[in-house]
Ligand binder design. Structure first.
Ligand code: SF4
Length: 67
């Protein structure tokens, strides 16, 4: 299982992640991305999330493999 989250110290709020994976990312009141709890664990990294990770200019999207 993979845990996925946005490192808030890196996120700059461009929303490129949302353009690639609108079903995964959300934004706080200040415009910074986060991944809600119920979307933060994945058995496999879906393609839309993979694209979001690859296209985040700040490398803010973090993945940890818990297997
Ligand atoms: S693309 Fe990266 S830096 Fe930009 S809002 Fe998404 S997570 Fe944050």
């Amino acid at each position: 299982m993979y845990d996925v989250w946005v490192d808030s110290t890196r996120c700059q709020g461009h929303a490129r992640c949302f353009a690639f994976a609108p079903d995964i990312f959300d934004f706080d009141d200040e415009g910074y991305a986060f991944i809600p709890e119920d979307r933060s664990q994945h058995a496999e990294i879906p393609e839309d999330l993979r694209l979001a990770i690859a296209n985040c200019p700040e490398r803010a999207i973090q993945v940890k493999d818990n297997t």
